[in-house]
Design a protein around this ligand. Sequence first.
Ligand SMILES: Nc1nc2c(ncn2[C@@H]2O[C@H](COP(=O)(O)OP(=O)(O)OP(=O)(O)O)[C@@H](O)[C@H]2O)c(=O)[nH]1
Ligand SMILES: [Mg+2]
Length: 448
Amino acid sequence: MTDTICAISTPLGEGAIAIIRLSGKEAISLVSSIFTKDLTKVPSHTIHYGYIKYKNEIIDEVLVSVMRAPKTFTTEDVVEINTHGGIAITNKILEILLTIGARLAEPGEFTKRAFLNGRIDLVESEAVSDLITADTDNARKMAINQVTGTLSKLITNEREKLAYLLSNIEVNIDYPEYEDVEVVTHKTLLPKLEEVKENLNTILKESKTSKIIKDGLNICIVGRPNVGKSSLLNRFLNENKAIVTNIAGTTRDIVEGSIVIDGIKLNFIDTAGIRNTTDVVEKIGVDKSLEAINKADLVILVLNSNEKLTKEDKDLLEKIKDLTHIIFVNKNDLQTKLELEHLPSYIEGNTNSEDGINALKKEILKIFNLGKIESKNLAYMSNARQIALVEKAINYINNSIISLNDETPIDLAEIDIKNAWNALGEIIGATYSEELIDELFKNFCLGK
Ligand SMILES: Nc1nc2c(ncn2[C@@H]2O[C@H](COP(=O)(O)OP(=O)(O)OP(=O)(O)O)[C@@H](O)[C@H]2O)c(=O)[nH]1
Ligand SMILES: [Mg+2]
């Protein structure tokens, strides 16, 4: 980690400016050697105007920020070159830097250095990536809460409680003669473990919501042909994204679009009408529809109010029975012929007006308990790695509680408490493996 890395940190393309970033021991001297001013003696956190010059050729007029270790993103010397934003300019400067001794950074390597140098923990590192990819305000808030360490603090708090219990157990076992140490018994341990378990469970419960905040909800619109699925999608998106005709079998492929309601991204997936068909293309579409149903967080089954229930409708009702779903009885502007009494519960409307659509939006937020998200502090876990580790920690604590209740010796429970403490440590990266770290940072964009 002693070499100097560099990368273009802004998206490739034309823009007013682009930034090339370097980090490492040689960062300042390397840039200084191709800059019109000596940067090696300038104070930290200063910006300098000049030209990048290489082999007597002026490459660009730039601003260079010099930030000396340790108060930088990576805790190493960091230099950022602000160039005019253009593919040829940025690539040329990057190429020169690589020629004179810098190494091209791997994806996420700047953030990885920030982690390995101890400036941020693992949760905070992962959140940097989430912050960049956040596409709603809630997702942004959640990521920044993790970047600034709110979630890490919650985890660390519970971990410290376990550490306190562990040290007391140790002292009790090793030095039973000490009088000023709290005496640890099965009875004193149990309520403390219960408390940690409850707090971790709360964090875990909220993490379901956090996944929705981060990724949005995938909502699959299904039904037999011609019931108005594509019309419903267009109405949600407020644009004519999917083709609508009165010919059954119009939609052949999946059509997607998203909107944001109350800070939650809803990804709608319109599908081909489901029926038995001999048409090869339509059949592929139907298979895709069936696949989409299984992947969705929510299924909206559309029925036509103007027709009696068909066998296809009944099959679909059976298929979605155990999935999270809403039944939408469409075309209620026409005469009702559908046997509504056969439906468990449904929302009625038509795609020519707002009423049914608004009822649908409300129901979606209600099903996922997303109504009051604005008032929550959004310090949740947002990825599977963190969630799996909290679950693991809870399991260990549960085991320790069981063995304490069984009056087994305290040092048996101690092993489980220690394992729980370790699992929580893995979340923030207090204990980690090289492979895990490599895998995590690979998902970052270049230059971050
Ligand atoms: N009266 C009335 N007609 C509607 C309504 N919604 C859709 N339609 C009409 O129903 C026909 C089929 O609509 P689509 O949205 O293409 O239906 P679909 O379910 O996507 O059909 P496929 O793609 O073939 O599976 C069109 O002629 C629409 O104009 C509605 O609420 N009321
Ligand atoms: Mg359609």
